[in-house]
Design a protein around this ligand. Sequence first.
Ligand SMILES: [Zn+2]
Length: 373
Amino acid sequence: MFDFKVLYESDDTRARAGLLQTLHGAVETPVFMPVGTLATVKSLSPEELSSAGATIVLGNAYHLYLRPGCSVINRFAGLHKFMNWHRPILTDSGGFQVFSLAKLSRITEKGVAFQSHIDGSSHLLTPEKVIEIQICLGSDIMMCLDDCVQYPASRDVTDEALNLTSCWAQRCKEAWENNTQKENALFGIAQGGMFKDLREKSIDALLEIGFSGYAIGGLSVGEPKDVMFEISDFTLPKLPDTKPKYIMGVGTPEDLIELVSLGADMFDCVLPTRNARNGQLFTPFGTLNICNSRHRDDTDPIDPECNCYTCRNYSRAYLRHLYLAKELLAYRLNTIHNVYYYVNLMWNIRSAVCAGQFKDFKEAFYKKRGVIP
Ligand SMILES: [Zn+2]
């Protein structure tokens, strides 16, 4: 059932427009996937997500395994029914969260032993377990368990982590083959830190195993921006062009444009949702801080050209008031706008690629930045 096709390619960059087919419908790429870690994109209902244009959301296996747990989600035959979202869902395995959130995590070849960040209970996350959890969640796209190193990391530490990631990828693939109808997809995650030869080694190992799509993990972990682009530029062409290429956890609107230019198809990032809750709103002119006193009696919407529900109905002055009064509606209206902005940006990028005008689009995008009317 899972399928991916490249429909258009840009002449002067590596940008491409494609179509992902999943059990829960099609997704046009390049695509931004709003982050719904705990089976909710914070403050939005699934209807609001759909209206904002989202076609696929992210869930997190580690978080959902700990709370509410697979026994609850099983009663709904998966995450789609549980959260009332009937379009595609990609779930991250939770490798990254184990390392960043869990207490006393200990890595062995078997898997990661850790204590829950919620109640301190002990767990062992193995590659097989991660697939079992994602089967219970009914994910359209599952991710392998990976060992993501911190930045900076030495060559030896990075090499060791990537060897473990490759070994876990093999076991994830076997568990996926033995326990699913293969109607959903399993993506491999390339590691290798900021070392090009290690990135290559990681990709070679994943290609040997073979996956429905490939992700680049371990970026945007504190490295300088030019290093992130250099590693993406080096890594993306080494992934097969017939498969979706996913850059995990990145980034700003500028990052997305640049990474699409380098050949990336899929993105997720907490930036639009987290920043919305901090009053930071994305516009074609740059980021607007709704707290700013200049918006106190501003009757304009966030962006007069934006077609989102928030911009069609509310002024900057009202949004500023809600935000300063800590009213719950502020989080919702701000998030609707930011999600719409990201999704719409990707949609515009895609249209430009399809029309053979991506380079012009990119130029116009940068020209507008920096001047908030
Ligand atoms: Zn808007």
